[in-house]
Design a binder for this molecule. Sequence first.
Ligand code: SD4
Length: 320
Amino acid sequence: MEALATWKHGFEPNRISFAAMADGLSALDAVERGARYCEDDLTCMSVGSGAIPDELGVLTLDASIMDHDGNCGSVSFVQNYPHPISIARKVMEETPHIMLAGVGAEKFAEHEGFTKSNLMTDASQKLYEKWKELPEGLNVRLRRSEEGEHEYVFEYSENGNTKKLDRKSLNESHDTIGLLARDKNGKLSGACTTSGLAFKMHGRVGDSPIIGAGLYVDGEVGAAVATGNGELVMRACSAFHIVEMLRQGIEPEHALLEAISRIKKDKHLTDDMQVGFLVLRHDGFWWAGSLREGYQFAAATDSKQNTLFNCSGISFTPAS
Ligand code: SD4
């Protein structure tokens, strides 16, 4: 068995995902369980309840899930439902479709018996109000902090010069959780759930609910999941690209190197954008990669307990 999850806030979800498989649950149940834990974690302001809203102060969520046999489901632009990952699973299992968006996804969730709630917390509301006070035309950019987490940098233009605001109180990391797992029966599954980019344009949807961009699983080959700047990942169809390279017999680390080098060629790439990947081959061999330093992930296997790693490029070391 193997379980992998993106970011530091993926550590506990990954432990839960691995423990679920140790208890005999399937990889699909395991990744859903781990993702739901993160969706409920109010300290994680990038996934589920308590996440950072969009530019209108509306919290919208995206999620996708995929199993060993290529079954998949996703939802995007969902409001007021705390567990988009489970709605995505229902889309996969109960409809002939793959993706439901916005009001349609919410109506489906209601029909399936999901409970509605207000997902904004005092912390996310306060953060939004602070952001609203910032000058017009402000750019929000993602960058690495010294702690290895991501933070948002707030920039504005004055007399043609770009100035940075000291926004210590706004330095909230904002990262999707992606989980991959291989269970006792050697079955693979993956899940991805997020509120997308902080203060994103209303209606903006990133890579996480797009099968083949943020997540892809082929049980005979392997699975890949992405986090970071979704536009970069969508333009490169990264998760599908990585799995297809595995299909051709390319080693996971080399597949990641190639996927990263493809993103490096994207003309929209700026210095402070990050992308991170996890890949899990059908035989349980796994690897991680990122565009630059600052990416963390958790990995648990039968021989090694859940561990947090720092990753840069295609190398990683246990985080101290
Ligand atoms: C998105 N990929 O919506 C997500 C955001 C993310 O680290 O993963 N940030 O683009």
